[in-house]
Write a protein that binds this ligand. Structure first.
Ligand code: NCD
Length: 318
């Protein structure tokens, strides 16, 4: 289901997994995102999606993903209908199935961005939706559009992806953004990935396998200090407390806080061209004292979300 471009009706394209993006598609998307940046800089927006309507259906909290999708749609002259807390404020509370909700909303809009706490929810939605489903995060599964903006940021900041050394840090078991980013990195040559995490939240075996099958050299470690020294990209993540049991969360959190925090002392050991990324929100794993360092690229990364999502929406709905 996830491999290739899933279709439920002729011409309908969903975005469910980072696996759907090969290198030519990524390069085309990045060229489009770059031209969307120009549209944004000119401050006038565009009207290529005039008359098109996007629904954002979110069963989990979000700031960046929902608002940047909505901003992207509006900047292209489209319109948006939104439910930001669908778990409590939609008919889900009355027991309506995800499939039924998607069938209904797909009758109201031309595409649906869906965020849901269950892994596989976007694929389930795609099976019943006659309009494109964009996976805005399915539990601990994937978050493909976030990883597209992560990769775009890497390319934008460093000028290439081939040959880079990327260190992923934090809750690699439950963080969906790293699951998607890892899959995207397999489209490039000579990438080396170091996975720095406490044992309790190590990278999932299937993502490790995808990296290795995709030709990426992978090292696992629980030594942040050693792994970041040679990095081009340090990709920090937060502990996904909502997906861990209380005991596990407490142990992993203590470990992360103690050994995996990015502080000015850690920054002092990084190379001058290294960038630090984080999908955000952060909850202590990057010291705010780091924010003023030009290598701290996470706010620029969040901003890139609009241009990348404009490019995606134009591709799907234009
Ligand atoms: C991420 C998510 O929701 O998975 N946030 C985001 O979309 N920028 C990361 C997170 O919540 O930790």
């Amino acid at each position: 289901m996830l491999a290739g471009t899933a279709t439920t009706a002729p011409g309908i394209r969903h975005i469910l997994s980072a696996q759907q993006f090969d290198r030519p598609r990524l390069e085309a998307l990045f060229r489009a995102a770059r031209s969307m940046e120009t549209v944004l800089e000119q401050g006038r927006g565009d009207d290529r999606l005039r008359g098109r309507l996007l629904a954002t259906l979110f069963y989990e909290p979000s700031t960046r993903t929902r608002l940047s999708f909505e901003s992207a749609m509006l900047r292209l002259g489209g319109q948006v209908i939104s439910t930001e807390n669908a778990r409590d404020f939609s008919s889900a509370i009355k027991g309506e199935s995800l499939e039924d909700s998607v069938r209904i909303v797909s009758g109201y809009a031309d595409a649906i961005v869906l965020r849901h706490p269950e892994e596989g929810a976007a694929a389930r939605a795609a099976r019943v939706s006659p309009v494109p489903i964009l996976n805005g995060g399915d539990g601990a599964g994937e978050h493909p559009t976030q990883s597209l903006l992560d990769l775009y940021t890497i390319e934008r900041e460093l000028g290439r992806v081939d040959g880079l050394r990327v260190v992923m840090v934090g809750d690699l078991a439950n963080g969906r953004t790293v699951h998607s980013l890892a899959r995207l990195l397999t489209a490039f040559d000579g990438v080396r990935v170091t996975l720095a995490a406490p044992a309790a939240v190590r990278m999932r075996p299937e993502v490790l396998a995808a990296l290795r099958t995709g030709g990426v050299e992978v090292v696992e470690t629980d030594d942040l200090a050693k792994s970041v020294v040679e990095a081009d990209v340090v990709y920090q993540t937060r502990l996904q407390r909502e997906r861990l049991g209380d005991g596990d969360a407490a142990t992993a959190a203590a470990r992360l806080a103690e050994r995996f925090r990015i502080t000015p002392q850690v920054m002092a050991t990084l190379a001058p061209r290294t960038i630090v990324l984080h999908p955000l929100p952060r909850v202590g794993e990057i010291d705010p004292a780091v924010d003023g360092d030009p290598r701290a690229a996470y706010f620029r990364q969040a901003r890139n979300g609009v241009a990348v999502r404009m490019a995606l929406l134009a591709e799907l709905l234009g």
